[in-house]
Design a binder for this molecule. Structure first.
Ligand SMILES: [Zn+2]
Length: 460
């Protein structure tokens, strides 16, 4: 029975201890700002000395787990090494963490500055108090000297001169029967000052500990930031290299011009029967513009890749419409409906990364235009050589090739005032109509000198 009791008591106290520390840690975690303030303010820190000591211990534990976290970051990025999409998402997450670390660092530095100012203030107070004590000391000693000469208690006063222990001093003072009340009050005041000195010293120590903890946390945050930055940099470098490779591939994208010329010749009658168009039909009946020219809005990593067209987002399978009467000069349908960032499908008969795609030539109000439609649903692109009329379905919205969601990417080229047949007769098969895959030949910059790249917003 006795033994059982002992066990129960031990278990109970263990339980209480465990519960107490858990509750306290949870409380610190939930109210970190409150405790930081409590323990960095000299007055409140002093009043809550033991709580603040525990809080410091809690902060130290946090620092240790941060170190473990750093290693985890490295591992996570490695797991997604081969998938640029996942890497990008992870890198964005890491970037958000980096931003969080930066603001935490600046908050901690602010706290350090406040604590340092408070330390200076306390040190000045300590110094002032020391002088006050010294002054009071001298007054008492002076009066003692006088008492000595009046009362001839030489041996007592000798002791007093050497004394730094004021408790002993007080007890010694009782021996001096004729001591005046004045001295007693002075000594009490000195004792009070000494107590204040002790308290100030403790606050100083507590502030210094908090500063040391803050410096440790800043160091950890900086280390984490370095690790994360290195991972994000790798992703950005991968992405940029990928985009450069893609642009290089796309500048070499040519269709089989000879076969198109044959098809155009074969379709000569149908082409000549097409009435002239006097306006443009938007690529989609509904949908919305999800990205415009000439750059994508920067992502969370601050990457803003060049964007040569307009993106119209709409559900998978939505009809894509011919802009005006004309002919399809290139069509490619070799990709799955859903691609991904870094998926370069489309290069067989089309632009790499463009997925399933259609390129057409049309004449509107006597001016010739080339228009490309990218990222179509598998099986939907209309065949090369087809003669089409404005608004006719030429494919369906997909997310094939270098795409992260269902949309159609549309680029527009101004090609001059020739007829469709004449243009195709001398066309070299360039899918970007010899203006390149850069911003160097924009109509808005060269006074509409054909061939040039037109902002799709001008016609749609
Ligand atoms: Zn686009």
């Amino acid at each position: 029975m006795k033994k059982n009791n002992k066990i129960i008591i031990s278990l109970l106290s263990l339980f209480l201890l465990f519960n107490f520390t858990t509750i306290q840690a949870n409380d610190f975690k939930a109210n970190e700002d409150y405790y930081k303030q409590l323990c960095s303010n000299p007055e409140t820190a002093q009043k809550n000395n033991s709580t603040c000591l525990s809080f410091n211990a809690y902060l130290n534990e946090k620092i240790e787990s941060a170190n473990a976290q750093i290693n985890q970051y490295k591992g996570e990025m490695n797991k997604h090494k081969d998938d640029i999409n996942k890497q990008m998402a992870l890198a964005e997450e890491f970037q958000a963490k980096i931003d969080g670390f930066a603001s935490e660092i600046s908050a901690l530095q602010g706290e350090i500055a406040t604590l340092e100012a408070s330390i200076k203030k306390i040190e000045a107070e300590i110094k002032a108090r020391e002088e006050e004590i010294k002054k009071k000391d001298e007054i008492i000693i002076e009066r003692m000297r006088k008492t000595q000469s009046d009362m001839r208690f030489g041996y007592e006063i000798d002791f007093l001169f050497k004394s730094i222990d004021f408790a002993t001093l007080i007890s010694s003072m009782t021996i001096v029967s004729d001591i005046m009340n004045f001295e007693a009050i002075q000594i009490q005041e000195i004792n009070a000052l000494i107590e204040e000195q002790k308290s100030s010293q403790q606050t100083l120590e507590s502030n210094k500990t908090t500063i040391a903890n803050n410096i440790k946390t800043i160091e950890i945050n900086k280390q984490s930031t370095e690790v994360l930055k290195a991972e994000v940099d790798i992703v950005i470098a991968n992405y940029q290299k990928m985009m450069a490779d893609l642009a290089a591939l796309q500048s070499q994208a040519f269709a089989d011009a000879a076969s198109v010329r044959r098809q155009v010749a074969a379709n000569k009658k149908a082409l000549e029967a097409l009435p002239p168009s006097n306006g443009f039909t938007r690529p989609l009946a509904g949908g919305y513009l999800s990205a415009g020219v000439w750059a994508y809005p920067p992502n969370k990593l601050g990457l803003a890749a060049i964007h040569l067209g307009h993106d119209y987002a709409a559900p998978m399978g939505t009809s894509i419409r011919a802009a005006a009467n004309g002919i399809i000069i290139a069509s490619s349908d070799n990709c799955g409906s859903t691609g991904a960032l870094g998926n370069w499908c489309g290069s067989s008969g089309g632009l790499a990364g463009g997925g399933n795609q259609v390129h057409m030539i049309t004449s509107v109000n006597g001016k010739l235009y080339g228009i490309m439609y990218l990222h179509m649903q598998s099986g939907s692109p209309i065949a090369k050589g087809s003669v089409v009329t404005a608004g006719q379905t030429i494919g369906r919205v997909g997310s094939s090739g270098n795409s992260t969601g269902p949309h159609v990417h549309v680029e527009v080229f101004y090609l001059g005032t020739q007829s469709i047949s004449d243009y195709v007769a001398s066309w070299n098969g360039s899918l970007h109509h010899n203006v390149g895959m850069s911003l160097s030949r924009r109509c808005q910059d060269n006074g509409n000198t054909a061939p040039c790249r037109l902002n799709p917003g001008v016609v749609f």
